[in-house]
Design a protein around this ligand. Sequence first.
Ligand SMILES: *Cc1c(COP(=O)(O)O)cnc(C)c1O
Length: 340
Amino acid sequence: MKKDIDWKNLGFGYIKTDYRFVSNYKDGKWDEGELSTDSEITMSESAGVLQYAQTCFEGLKAYTTADGHVVCFRPDLNAQRMAASCERLEMPVYPEEKFVEAVEKVVKANIDWVPPYGTGATLYIRPYMFGSSAVIGVKPAEEYQFRIFTTPVGPYFKGGVKPITLRVPDFDRAAPRGTGHVKAGLNYAMSLHAIVDAHKQGYNENMYLDSATRTKVEETGGANIIFVTPDNVVVTPKSSTILPSITRRSLMYVAQHYLGLKTEEREIHVEELKDFTECALCGTAAVLSPVGEIVNHGEHIYLPSGKDRMGVITQKLYDTLTGIQMGRIEAPDGWIKVIQ
Ligand SMILES: *Cc1c(COP(=O)(O)O)cnc(C)c1O
């Protein structure tokens, strides 16, 4: 039986669900892993994650489709990306097929928490891993825990979409050859001051530049960016320090193969910003959030799509990708994992 929740008015916060998946790495190998009803974690006061932030995570969603199935969107890409994060952080990779199986298990176990079709709500899935054994000298931990919990989340845009304002901050997000391309908790810890400061100054998000030259656009603290040119080319920044968003990669495919639009992944210079007609952030949480204004140290750039609604191309991309996720539009092979 579905949980008695006011799905349409859910926010984006943690709600404890019945089961989480837990697997431990010890003596050089992962155990079988199991579902647990225990939402608390006990570990050494000197655990690698607590002392040196040895942790990474993923984020994806389970949706109820128009015909009543529960599905996940491209979980194999989350598995792949987490493997890359683990390698960069000297953590043991959780095998990719087992990652997908674990996602399936934990969603199935919490099936009553998956919001019904048409509510706009989804079940957010959070896989993560951390060094659990004690370290004091700086080195990788010897033991790790991999967990996946789920939490129902509401529609991202309650009461309609509102284009947001970005600022170009004086803070950097990712160093060249650093960890910007992996989903490490540490990238978020150090972005907190910048986002709190942005909010204090009245901006919604930071639009980070490449930290080597501070001339090229990268992404925000937790979302990639796409732009649209006056002749409807969908453009996204190319850089080795951007997190490879699954939503962005899917949108670029949708633009090309579903909407027949030209796409480009290339360097984007700050001076070009004034030439674009649309701009939007993309990520699992909101899919697309339109940008109405970008402020770069006193220079205000107003996107022609305005401050009331999504741009025309952004809207088409949004409708097509969410249509694919919700089962209203046929998906490319392998994009939809049905939970059964
Ligand atoms: C997770 C994340 C994204 C979005 O990735 P999706 O796979 O689309 O959810 C973008 N940028 C950063 C920095 C991220 O951590």
